[in-house]
Every structure is written in C-alpha cells, then in structure tokens.
Design a protein around this ligand. Structure first.
Ligand code: ATP
Length: 556
C-alpha cells in the first residue's frame, strides 16, 4: 500500500488536500493524472449505464436539498455511526472498527506432569545445534509422544473460539488487515504481564458494538492499554451541517448530501412526467457526497468528501425483485471486469437478514481484495417501495406510477446499485500496480514499475515519442501524429531522454501504448511507427490507420 500511495503522489495522481497547511484529514485532491483517471471511470460508467441502455436516464440534482428530504429519508434520525471515546487520551473510534477478544489459559491436561514439562523443554533444548556439536541428539519415542500430545493440545487451543471462566483479561485492536494477529500479540504480552503459565487461548474477536456493559469496563483502550478508559458506544450523525441564507439559526440548518440517491427519489415524478420512461426504468446520477466519517482511513477508501455513482432502478410492485437484484449484481460485476479489475480480487457478500433495515429485501456487496483487506466496493440493495413512500408521506405529493397495461396506479419498488468512484480508483491502482525485473537493451536486469490499467480508463492512451529530438523530420512527423490523436484521445508527447527511460515513465503511469517515430518511419515506405505495448513490452510496426483502429476497438 505504501508503494501505491507514494506512486500516486510522485506521479500526480492524488495529493493530500491543503497539504501546505499540513493536510486536512479525510480530504484529497486529484492531480493531473488522477483527475483524468477519475474522469475516465466516470465516463465509462455513464456511457455503459446511461447512454448505451434504453431503460436508464441521467440526473444531476443539487448537493444541498431541502432539509425535509433528509428527515423523510431517515438520515436526520438514523444516519449514525456508533462511536467510542477514550476518556484518557480523547481518541475517538468507530465501535464497529474496534475489535476485542477475551484471553484465557487453556487448562493443562491432567496426564501431563511436571516431569513431562521438563522432558518437553529438554526436547527443544536438544534440538538446538550447539557450537562444536555436529548432530542434534535424537529424542526418545517417549519424548516424541509427549511432544505430539502437546501439539494436539496447542492446536485445539488455537481453534477454540471461547474462553471459559474469567480468563486473564481482554485485548483490543483497531480493524486492519492483521487485526487477529495484533490481538494475539497483545494477548501474549498480557500473559507475560500477569505471569500466567500454560497454553494461551484468544477467543474469537468481536467488534465493540457486541460488547456487554460488563465487558466495556474490562476492554483496554487501544490508545492507553488500560481497561476502564473506553465509554459505551454512542450514536453520532455523520451528515455535515450548514446554514442556508443570512441567518444562522435552527430554521436555516441544512445538510451537504451524504448520498446522491435521494435526488432520484425526490425527482421521480419529474422524470416520469417528462422523460417518456416506462417501467422498468432507472435514473442514474454521479456526484459528490459528504460524510463526517469518524475514522477516515486507508488513503481514499474512506474519506469525508467522495464521489458516488448511483442508480435507482424502478420496477413493478409485483415484479420478481430477486431476479432483477441478481441481474444487477452480475451487471455490476461484469462492469468492474470491463474496466480491468481481476476476477480473482472480487467476491460477493450477502448481508445477513437479521442485520438488514426493516424495509430492505436484501443487500449484496461486491467486495474487493485491497492490500488492507477484503472491503466493500459496490453495494446493490433491494429497497422495496420504502423511499418513494417516505417522500410521498412527508411531502404530501403522490409518488405513484400509472401502469398503462393494467390501468393500475402503484408505488414502484427499487433496486439500487451504489458505488464510490474513489473506491474504484483505489481498486484499479492496487490491482494494476506491479514491480518487475526486466532486461534493458544491453541485457542488464533493472526494475520497472508498471501500472496495468485498462485502456478504457488509463489517463494517457498513447505516448508519442520522436526517437531524437533534434532531427527535424522525426519531430515533424511525431508532432503531426500527436496533434491528430489529440483531437480524440488523451495523448502525451515526450522527446526527453533515452527511449527506454521514456517507456519506463509511461509504464509507471499506466499508458497502454507508446508510438515511436524512428528512422524507418521517414526512410522506408509505408509510414509505419514502432508500437510498444506496455504489458508485454513487445514492439511491432503499425500504420496510422491501424493505430486509430486499435484505439477505436480498445478505448470505448
Ligand atoms: P461503508 O460500510 O464502507 O461505510 P456504506 O455501506 O455506508 O459503506 P453506502 O451508503 O452503501 O456505503 O454507499 C455506497 C458506496 O459509496 C459504497 O459502496 C462505497 O463505494 C462508497 N462510499 C461510502 N462511503 C464512502 C466513504 N466514506 N469514502 C469513499 N467512498 C464511500
């Protein structure tokens, strides 16, 4: 992950927001290459989701909406995260990201006597090679038997998920890719601190939302390590408040939207009445959302200002919602593959029924294997008719659809695929980043950093490189090609340094192709260029017409 963050900064993909003032936690800026990459992700989604489908239309609603929208949607009352404070350090954690485990000591099996313990210690001692001793001493059958029994006990203890009795205490750790390992390390320290003997057992980790009041008092704060410093979990509303108009009073309070979806529900009638749409149909929107996340982290994965691409797909009240839900899950998965994410990094997570909101029929998340763990990338929710009905009740305006076939009026149900642009961008950087050993022209091995981005989203599609910058004919041909390509594609002109170095610079920013204008271009018939492909590093000759055909096929 550190290498990816460093590359993102070094090559102008992503900067910390307000960096000259020390940065601003949870906010980021996209540099010259990052803004291109982000735009390409957005454009691909918009083209595939809206322009290339007959059943989906677009929308751009305002970021600040009537405060009643957020009351009706349930965000004012319920858009909360459970928070835990550390009273001593004043640190604040999200309860569902703070993990704890009870620690105990596995009761020693009765058949192991003190003497057996000594034999076991001796066994390990004998296995150690010593100065001047060539061979280790073979342990006896009896010793081997005892050691095997200990191993079985240790394995059983490692598998145990509960600690019986009081145990020796609790350990806590924040959610990372190695939470379980961190808890185990802390448990080892605790065992040493309390001077316990025997086999250590760490219970299955739970998050703080599952802690009982008795446990809250016993779980140590991750900041101080002391039990008793943490408060119980409390709700915290994640919406950013602002005031609209000259007065700063309760009546002027409004919110920066925490999701784009409400725009589609509030404008549902406007779209139906003007858009010539018929069920089933969708309304899609791309735009900024804001959440006052308590612990923004993992670079741009969880930030306070981010961009969402959401679509509300309205279906008949009697439609087979489960089938439609499945179809959208598959559509979203295929779309992620189409922009180059590897299938091996994607998985599905169905939210357990017990944890769903009362109106929700089902939610499935497409998960991505980030370097910091498998995390939600795209949520696909079947929300029934809840949202439209809420707005109908709160606004007093009907949200019904008139079905010409059945001559019936009803409130449609909805399937909602909602994804963050920033999370996709991070996923493509993580999946595409590689460091490899390659041979240069002289056969020397050197390192190359390469970003394997799909041509669909790569910030630069082609780099045009004249072999020499002081040769008028080469430069003239290169500039003519560059200007022609520029009309349709993001291209880059580079005439500085050795050709190998120039290829490496493009590899690092994910440019799929480099075109070199060389002596064969100007001296031989056919007006061909060297086409160098990023991933295979293979070089072939290509004409201008063929180059445009290649781009037409791959960049869509
Ligand atoms: P999480 O559980 O990770 O907080 P969520 O379930 O609250 O996410 P949704 O409300 O379903 O997320 O939002 C839809 C999508 O918006 C998410 O799948 C994710 O891609 C993106 N998203 C949500 N919160 C953030 C954030 N703080 N930073 C970046 N992207 C986000």
């Amino acid at each position: 992950m550190d290498a990816i963050v460093a590359l993102a900064k070094r090559r102008g993909f992503i900067f910390q927001s307000s960096e000259i003032y020390g940065g601003f936690n949870g906010f980021f800026d996209y540099g010259p290459l990052g803004s291109e990459l982000k735009k390409n992700i957005r454009d691909c989604w918009w083209n595939d989701m809206v322009r290339r489908r007959d059943d989906i239309v677009g929308l751009e609603s305002s970021i600040i909406m009537h405060p009643k929208v957020w009351e009706a949607s349930g965000h004012v009352a319920g858009f909360t995260d459970p928070l835990v404070d550390c009273k001593a350090s004043k640190m604040r954690y999200r309860a569902d990201q703070l993990f704890f485990a009870k620690v105990g000591i596995h009761p020693e099996p009765i058949e192991f006597t003190q003497a057996d313990e000594a034999t076991r210690a001796e066994y390990f001692e004998r296995l150690k090679p010593r100065d001047g001793r060539k061979k280790v001493v073979e342990p006896s059958a009896k010793v081997l038997e005892i050691v095997a029994a200990f191993r079985r006990e240790e394995e059983a203890a490692a598998r145990a998920e509960t600690v019986s009795g009081e145990g020796i205490g609790y350990v806590s750790a924040l959610e990372t890719e190695r939470t379980t390992a961190a808890l185990r390390e802390k448990a080892e320290l605790l065992k040493r601190k309390v001077g316990a003997r025997g086999i250590l057992v760490v219970a299955k980790p739970k998050d703080f939302t599952d802690a009982t009041p008795e446990e809250v008092a016993l779980i140590p704060s991750p900041a101080t390590g002391n039990p008793g410093d943490l408060t119980e979990a409390r709700s915290f509303n994640m919406m950013f408040q602002t005031n609209v108009g000259a007065m700063t009073d309760a009546a002027s309070v409004s919110y920066l939207r925490p999701e784009t979806a409400q725009g589609m529900f509030v404008d549902f009638k406007n779209v139906v009445d003007t858009g010539r749409v018929k069920l089933p149909f969708g309304i899609a929107q791309i735009g900024k959302s804001f959440r006052n996340e308590i612990t923004p982290r993992n670079f741009i994965f969880r930030s306070r200002e981010f961009e969402q691409m959401e679509m509300e797909y309205f279906i008949h009240e009697d439609a087979d919602w489960a089938k439609c839900h499945q179809e959208w899950i598959e559509w979203c998965r295929q779309w992620l593959l189409s922009i180059g994410l590897p299938e091996s990094h994607l998985s599905l997570y169905a939210h357990p029924k017990a944890k769903l909101a009362f109106y929700s029929k089902g939610t499935v998340d497409i998960m991505f294997k980030y370097p910091f763990g498998v995390q939600e990338l795209w949520g696909i929710a079947a929300r029934g008719d809840y949202d439209l009905k809420q707005h109908a009740t709160a606004s007093g305006k009907p949200m019904e659809y008139f079905d010409e076939l059945s001559k019936k009026k009803f409130v449609p149900h909805v399937i909602e695929p909602a994804v963050g642009v920033d999370r996709i961008l991070l996923a493509v950087l993580c999946a595409g980043y590689a460091e490899e050993d390659v041979k240069d022209e002289k056969g020397n091995v050197e390192k190359r950093t390469v970003l394997r981005l799909s041509p669909r989203i790569a910030p630069v599609k082609v780099a045009v490189l004249p072999l020499l910058k002081n040769k008028e004919t080469l430069v003239g041909r290169a500039r003519a090609l560059y200007q022609k390509l520029q009309r349709r594609y993001a291209v880059f002109y580079d005439d500085g340094g050795a050709i190998g170095r120039r290829y490496r610079r493009q590899d690092e920013i994910g440019t799929p192709w480099c075109v070199t204008i060389d002596f064969d271009t100007i001296e031989k018939p056919g007006d061909t260029f060297t086409l160098r492909e990023r991933d295979s590093m293979q070089q072939t000759r290509i004409t201008e017409t063929e180059l445009f055909a290649l781009l037409e096929e791959k960049v869509y």
